[in-house]
Design a protein around this ligand. Structure first.
Ligand code: DAH
Length: 342
């Protein structure tokens, strides 16, 4: 039976050399196969004993594997640190090199929206959230869009079968905010609110257009509010956000919910101008204007006593200009190379 003892020594040496994940392959080792193949040629008197000894060896080898695996399991039972970066609980030799080993971070838009909100909070504005699903009344009717008016086409977005809308602008919050805060006006306080949040559009996506993006809506209602206040408010905000005075340009435009209505643009700093054309000179951020009397009336505010102004700007555009980001699609791309820069 010395063949069996020799095989045991060889198997143990082979087993010790196997990698952790391959230990189980010892059960198919050639030494064991060869021993079983020898049974046929053993003389009858010793055959039974030989067979028993091989089976014993095979059981012992299976025991080595079981012992090894249960020891490995208890070695791994260390407490998991749930506050750690997500891959730190993986043993370092098992961590693929491509996994991020660093801490996560806030998305740049989340960070910027906090910075923007802080500026407006210091200017006395409340911060509200928008909705990701809203109805036709808030999105259009309360904002003085007549039924079937072509102006609705500019806000083409996603609609559910039962008529709910993924809002195409943060103006969808105007009615709620004005009607919800009108008691302030009676106390002699202004309504001053911003809504930085996500909006959706049926859009041809390119370097400056996304189907899902962020806007900031601003609303101010008080006795005597006028266009001068609107422009001063926006200019104050712009110089806080960019840390420098910027030239701004407003030009007449049309929105159903403001009268007069304007387009609002800021002058690009020299480093961001590709050439000297008017188009390169100005970056259009969005619209603004004096809140239409019908919008105030619908929200229960008397337009013969109070006036208001409002604006709605694209947040990505403001952030892109601040950091010289060339393509709006980076924000939602999930590209770590992009995100890690913030
Ligand atoms: N909601 C408009 C848009 O998305 C932007 C806008 C224009 C908002 C004028 C306003 C406003 O509050 O007064 O195109």
């Amino acid at each position: 039976m010395k063949e069996i003892e020799q095989a045991r020594v060889q198997l143990r040496a082979r087993f010790d050399k196997l990698n952790d994940d391959d230990k189980r392959t010892i059960l198919r080792a050639p030494e064991l196969r060869d021993l079983f193949a020898m049974i046929g040629s053993i003389e009858p008197a010793s055959k039974a004993q030989f067979g028993q000894n091989i089976n014993k060896l095979k059981q012992d080898v299976a025991g080595w594997v079981d012992d090894y695996e249960s020891a490995a399991e208890s070695r791994q039972l260390k407490p998991i640190d749930i506050t750690a970066p997500w891959d730190i609980n993986t043993a370092s030799d098992k961590r693929p090199a491509s996994l991020p080993a660093a801490y996560g971070s806030q998305h740049p838009l989340t960070k910027e929206m906090q910075i923007i909100s802080d500026i407006y909070l210091r200017m006395g504005f409340e911060v509200h959230q928008s909705r990701e699903i809203d109805n036709e009344f808030n999105m259009f009717t309360s904002l003085n869009f007549p039924q079937d008016h072509p102006a609705r086409d500019d806000y083409d977005t996603f609609v559910t079968k039962d008529g709910y809308i993924a809002p195409a602008h943060t103006s969808t919050m105007q009615h709620r905010i004005i009607s919800g805060s009108r008691a302030k006006l009676e106390k002699g306080l202004p309504i001053a609110a911003i809504v930085p949040d996500r909006v959706f559009r049926n859009e041809d996506v390119d370097a400056t257009h996304e189907h899902t993006f962020y806007q900031i809506e601003g609303i101010y209602v008080d006795k005597g509010a006028n266009v001068g206040h609107l422009i001063a408010t926006l200019k104050t905000y712009m110089s806080e956000y960019y840390g420098q005075e910027l030239n701004v340009k407003i030009q007449p435009f049309y929105f159903p919910f403001t009268e007069p209505s304007f387009e609002f643009a800021i002058e690009r700093p020299a480093r961001l101008k590709k050439d000297d054309t008017e188009e390169q000179k100005w970056l259009e951020l969005g619209g603004c204007g004096m809140i239409h009397p019908n919008v105030l009336k619908q929200a229960g505010v008397d337009p013969s006593i109070y006036t208001g102004f409002a604006w709605g700007f694209g947040i990505e555009r403001m952030v892109m200009m601040k950091y010289s980001i060339e393509d709006i699609r980076h924000f939602m791309s999930g590209k770590l190379n992009f995100l890690r820069q913030f």
